[in-house]
Design a protein. Sequence first.
Length: 287
Amino acid sequence: MLKKEELRDLSLKANAVRRHIIEMVYNAGSGHPGGSLSATDILVALYFHIMKYDAKNPKWEDRDRFVLSKGHAAPALYAVLAEKGVFPVEELLTLRKIGSRLQGHPDMRKLPGIEASTGSLGQGLSIANGMALAARLDRKLYNVYAMLGDGEIEEGQIWEAAMFASHNKLDNLIVFLDRNKLQIDGETETVMSIEPIADKWKAFGWEVREINGHNFNEITEAVEWAKTVKGKPVMIIAHTVKGKGVSFMEGAVHFHGKPPNDEEYEIAIKELDEERKEIMGNLGGGE
């Protein structure tokens, strides 16, 4: 269980990240707000509480690794890395601009802190597998974390990678499924049903746990449990809300890849500012 101060700090950080996401996508005039907002709390928990990570030395050999397989949620990862201090926060507003290091999908060749260039869906789990196996071969103790989209796991390569991870007993691999139940063309169960998803991962030899992906206590407790699992990779199915934190984006499929207009931007920022005040009031602490 997180301390009150830890919960407050993580909640405020998530609020700041969501504000960055809205500002970035609005200023760029393009991007993917929905899946970035649903992934925010997990990323904040990983980078600000769970992972061994040194923002001043993002190539530290013993760091934990994170692979954003659903690469279109790059705004969330960029905002987290900037808040962590890997690069200046001011650079966030260059998202998708010509010459920017912050393109629509993460590029490890250009931006520090990016472990893998992703965006072609289905490939990130294979990359994470390689990192986890390399840790074993190099006798390193770092963990590898990855995030998959629920629409993404309709890709066949995901299941090849799932077999590889269990066959090789990659128990230093902890994967989150961002189960927001929506993809670009609609509900996952309408486009290509993935249920019963927990049973499928179990059948592929994984340990599985389901959580509320917006509850910091559940996120952190799930990871602590995952670290105790031996001989198997772990899948944490995180039930989330696409567009979380912005009322008119929550559960709205068209905000998968649509920026807010001027009026929507003002509403979103106002809501996030109000949420910040509520966090400060409920969890204590002054400005």
